[in-house]
Write a protein of this length. Structure first.
Length: 163
């Protein structure tokens, strides 16, 4: 009986990882669709190559993002079967992947202005801003994609991982 639970435990872990990879791929497709006019020179074969490269990057990035979750999930102690432990793992999974996905969705809007993906330099660029609250709403008038729409997309993608 316990052996089948262990098998299911690993299957669930793999399914969660595959699901978050799918969500990141949806995010990448949304990014491309929203910024398609900036990528007119890319052929279909080039686009497929970008998707494959993006998938490779996402696998490595998600292994980093989920390293603590994976460590605690694969912990070989009976405590990991307790409901409070599983709830803590679920929260850890949602928070870490939610932050990573939010950064990915934010790039959908931000890319149009910088023509590069977001890096740590974004904190330097906005370090002297005083009116950060209104910035997102004014930015939405320019981009055509309201800030709440990007946040809603991120929220929907993250809540799909609850299971």
């Amino acid at each position: 009986m316990h052996k089948s639970w262990s098998l299911n435990e690993y299957v669930v872990l793999i399914l969660r990882f595959v699901l978050i990879l799918i969500l990141f791929s949806i995010s990448r497709l949304t990014f491309f669709w929203f910024n398609a006019d900036l990528f007119r020179e890319i052929s279909f074969v080039g686009f497929l190559n970008l998707l494959i490269g993006g998938l490779r990057f996402d696998i490595s990035a998600l292994l980093y993002v989920n390293s603590l979750f994976l460590l605690f999930s694969l912990f070989p102690l009976k405590i990991k079967f307790k409901s409070w432990y599983q709830k803590g793992l679920r929260i850890l999974f949602l928070v870490t992947n939610g932050i990573a996905l939010a950064g990915n969705v934010a790039d959908t809007i931000y890319y149009r202005f910088t023509l590069k993906r977001t890096t740590a330099s974004v904190f330097e660029q906005f370090s002297n801003e005083e009116n950060m609250g209104a910035c997102g709403f004014d930015l939405s008038l320019i981009t055509g994609m309201p800030l709440w729409c990007g946040l809603r997309l991120c929220f929907c993608l993250v809540t799909c991982t609850i299971g």
